[in-house]
Design a protein around this ligand. Structure first.
Ligand code: NDP
Length: 297
């Protein structure tokens, strides 16, 4: 079997068109332009690229983009003061602080300070609790994107075995919760899991969110499984020249391609979905804050 390669770029582009359509409707019928504020602390090159892409795509969708770059010496209180000011700004409907933040700042304190209604990353404990309790809230972007892909390529998910490798608050746990909501039988694996290969072989839907290059091997995957690779790891690529690197996932792509029915590539799989879902979350947040039925739902 050779798996279908899931074109995350194309699916994300379609989602962005839908979001842009919703923004048009909000502007025309409600005089409302959703606004997303992104705060970057420090000068990490990868974070700078993410923030730039988010800004470009926010504007392309017709929304207002507010970007704030703060020096790496920013104190925790200075960042929290910035977040509180954005909480109070009626033109800002979504706030995203790009992580990681420098060591002198507590990431959890930042998350706790963002107004849960503007928490478009879906990381505030109130939104995490809402997701667990099946209440309406903001769903984290990468997990929502992963589950959209799993639903599109996994057919009817009812009763299927889903294995998620990774249990972070950002990725693994919300994916598990979303797949549980889709009536999957969910297993969450992590660094202490015994015999991980055989746990993975039980999966109809296998999600790898670990951060270890090409860890999931071909013989860990059941024939016909749908494989969603969240990992983003840089490995040396001497074939591209001295000192060059390339991006790979947590899955040994070439080997798993022969086993799975569908698989996300890295890059071009889950990554593009994340920003598209962020834009969607911003539109939904703007509608909730304005008491409008959301055209992006
Ligand atoms: P974390 O480091 O927070 O979590 C990693 C998880 O993997 C932990 O639960 C850890 O277990 C588990 N783990 C580590 N080593 C092993 C192992 N040998 N066997 C089994 N489980 C293991 O990472 P994130 O969840 O934040 O991110 C995961 C990956 O996804 C990263 O590569 C990241 O870059 C990528 N990512 C991609 C995004 C995208 O848009 N495509 C967005 C966000 C993240 P334990 O809890 O026991 O330590």
């Amino acid at each position: 079997m050779t798996a279908q390669i899931i074109d995350g770029k194309a699916i994300a582009a379609k989602l962005r068109v839908k979001v842009a359509g919703a923004v048009d409707t909000l502007k025309r019928d409600h005089d409302l332009t959703p606004g997303l504020a992104v705060v970057l602390v420090g000068d990490d090159p990868a974070s700078q690229i993410y923030v730039r892409n988010k800004g470009v795509q926010t504007k392309e969708a017709g929304m207002n983009s507010y970007e704030f770059v703060m020096p790496s010496t920013t104190s925790e209180e200075e960042l929290l003061t910035k977040v509180r000011a954005l909480n109070d700004d009626p033109d800002v409907h979504g706030i995203l602080v790009q992580f990681p933040v420098p060591n002198q700042i507590s990431q959890q304190k930042v998350i706790n300070t963002i107004d849960p209604e503007k928490d478009v990353d879906g990381l505030h404990p109130l939104n995490a609790g809402r997701l667990t309790s099946g209440l309406e809230g903001t769903v984290p972007c990468t997990p929502f994107g992963c589950v959209m892909l799993a639903k599109q390529f996994g057919g009817d998910l009812n009763g299927k075995n889903a294995v998620i490798v990774g249990r972070s608050n950002l990725v693994g746990k919300p994916i598990a919760q979303l797949l549980l909501n889709e009536n999957c039988t969910v297993t969450i694996a992590h660094s202490r899991t015994r015999d991980l290969p055989s746990v993975c072989r039980n999966a109809d839907i296998l999600v790898a969110a670990v951060g270890r290059a090409q860890m999931v091997k071909g013989d860990w995957v059941k024939e016909g499984a749908v494989v969603i690779d969240v990992g983003m790891n840089r490995i040396p690529a001497p074939e591209r020249g001295e000192g060059k690197t390339r991006l790979v996932g947590d899955v040994d792509f070439e080997a798993v391609l022969q086993q799975a029915s569908a698989i996300t590539p890295v890059p071009g799989g889950v990554g593009p979905m994340t920003i598209a879902c962020l834009l969607r979350n911003t539109v939904i947040a703007a509608c909730r804050q304005s008491g409008i039925d959301c055209p992006a739902h």
